[in-house]
Ligand binder design. Sequence first.
Ligand code: GLU
Length: 321
Amino acid sequence: MDKTLTHAQIEAAVKEAYQECKDITGGKNADYIPFLANIDPNLFGLSVTLPDGTTFNIGDTDYKFGIESVSKVLTAILILKQHGAEAVLKQIGADATGLPFNSIFAILLENDHPSTPLVNAGAITACSMVNPKGDSWGKWEAIINNITALCGSESEVIDELYKSESETNFNNRAISWLLKNYNRIYDDVDMSLDLYTRQCSVGITASQLSICAATIANRGFNPVTKTQVFDPQLAPKITTLISSVGFYQNTGDWLYTSGIPAKSGVGGGVLGVLPGVMGIAAFAPPLDPAGNSVKAQAAIKAVMKKLDLGVFNGDRVTVTA
Ligand code: GLU
């Protein structure tokens, strides 16, 4: 069906969803990273960016929180740009693990590749693939510049979070060395893990994430900075990765109930991509047992429901002012 949505309708849906979800309780801040345990659990922001660059922000959309696993999407885009879709499939994979984000078991089950760049194992491998090879500083510049280009403005590492993660990332160290054992780390192991830890510690706002989501929804064209950040051909590849594993072992339930491919992070952020229609991001620290923000999930679902949108609805959606 053809379907037209106006800016006013979308703005109203964002405001209503925020009001309906702001008092939701439940969930718990991530506490395996000490810094995250101490973030105010009442923070809550919701942001939508449209293909023409219009953004609707409500709540704490300027608060810089830890991007955590959402960074995996951004660095996956970087290695897709640097190496192409075929190489990423060959060197990492594009399969859901059906297991938690930090699963070692998943690597043992598929000992010939790390499954997907959107779980810890594949994301550490992705960092090992970033060019220029062997140059830690050059690789970091590539990662952070890519984040800036996708989000439309600069961001930086939250030092305290980086320190907190680096001091406690024993499971990720085990993952890195296990991957090395399977020849799936393509640069120095410690350097690759450190880059991964650093990218997870970047402070980002919900508003920046919704611009990034809109850039993916817009086939690589950032609607705010008006620049083509990546090849349009890569957009369906990245949305496929998000669709298949964005919520880890709960991805099927998420897509079934929300209708939008989305990626979550243990910092409480969620980035959702509705190709051709909008980018959406929500942030609230308390997480469900699988590590996904309780309020952010509810808010994004509410927006989708109010606008009767869904990636599999088969509608041709036009957004007009
Ligand atoms: N830095 C976190 C970790 O490696 C990210 C996990 C996540 O957000 O899912 O455990």
